[in-house]
Design a protein around this ligand. Structure first.
Ligand SMILES: *Cc1c(COP(=O)(O)O)cnc(C)c1O
Length: 313
């Protein structure tokens, strides 16, 4: 698989969105550690799994999407969630609604914050670093979740900037996170991403390696693993995937189940989700990624642990 293919498929999007979005070039983060150089643990290469591609530098925010009905949309979503809990015989409030705010303007996020939403998710460390410090300062009690693929050279920024990480899926990443937690003293909740579909399209540890990987995360690296996450392949009935995840979590004594998006969160709640990650059903159709080919940097490699295999644009 080429880096371009991986970039195109590891980030969650519908098939139609995937075909509509041009493949951008990525620019690596410049600073990876407070000391201004990568820590040794961060530069270990991953011999088993390819690294997710680097995040681009954030571009200026697009025009703020109008979001005048934030309170009404949030209330409607919450009542659907309550109804799903009732139908499943689960207590109201037993599922955390995470608003996926990737690519959304600060104005759209502020409207949701003003309506009372406090759990948000971003898919890129860099986007969150630009967008959230100000928002957090103004709105106490925010919990920020990372739902996108995470590179080993972003782990310091990730543990500093996020309260929960939903995409832990390989040994070098677990090792780098453990080192970053030791360095920073921060221990965000960790979810192991399991590739229940076996497609390797969207990242995730393969199902047949999940037992060993979970044990390694907890016993070797001491990560605060609170649960599992999955993202069923597009176009498939998600329920069997949710069930597999649930039984795996039960086998490991894990209470957290991060599963369910706009299109399938009610099914996920019926299957035991404790965290749902909802973007479009709250904010409306997903905007294009805020980047394009002109994002290509002067070189494709600076500060990263692997050279970018793609030719310069
Ligand atoms: C974007 C994203 C979501 C939100 O999906 P919607 O269809 O907008 O609800 C959830 N989980 C992950 C991992 C994502 O990347």
């Amino acid at each position: 698989m080429t880096a371009m293919n991986e970039e195109q498929t590891t980030e969650f999007s519908t098939a139609s969105e995937r075909s509509a979005v041009p493949e951008p070039d990525a620019v690596p983060e410049r600073t990876v550690a407070p000391e201004g150089r990568p820590a040794p643990q961060d530069v270990a290469s991953d011999s088993h799994r390819p690294e997710p591609p680097p995040d681009p530098e954030p571009r200026p925010e697009p025009e703020p999407a109008p979001f005048p009905d934030a309170a009404a949309r949030l209330a409607a979503l919450r009542s659907r969630l309550d109804e799903a809990c009732r139908r499943a015989g689960r207590p109201l409030g037993s599922v955390t609604l995470v608003a996926v705010s990737k690519y959304r303007s600060r104005d759209a996020v502020t409207a949701a914050l003003d309506a009372g939403q406090r759990d948000f998710a971003e898919s890129r460390v860099q986007e969150a670093r630009v967008k959230w410090p100000q928002l957090r300062a103004r709105h106490p009690g925010v919990r920020l979740h990372l739902v996108g693929p995470l590179r080993t050279d972003r782990t310091t920024a990730a543990v500093l900037g996020f309260d929960a990480l939903h995409s832990i899926d390989r040994t070098p990443l677990a090792a780098a996170l453990a080192a970053a937690m030791t360095r920073t003293g921060r221990r965000p909740d960790c979810y192991v991403h399991v590739d229940t579909g076996g497609t390797a399209q969207r990242g995730g540890v393969p199902l047949d390696g999940a037992d060993a990987f979970l044990k390694e995360c907890r016993e070797v690296y001491g990560l605060p693993v609170v649960g599992l996450m999955c993202l069923p392949p597009a176009g498939q009935d998600p329920r069997p995937h949710f069930r597999v995840l649930r039984s795996l979590a039960a086998a490991h004594g894990l209470a957290g189940l991060s599963m369910g998006v706009s299109d399938d969160f009610e099914a996920a709640v019926a299957e035991g989700a404790t965290v749902i990650r909802v973007g479009r059903a709250l904010f409306g159709p997903r905007p294009r990624r805020p980047r394009d080919r002109t994002d290509a940097g002067p070189d494709g490699t600076g500060g990263t642990d692997r050279p970018d295999p793609r030719p310069p644009a």
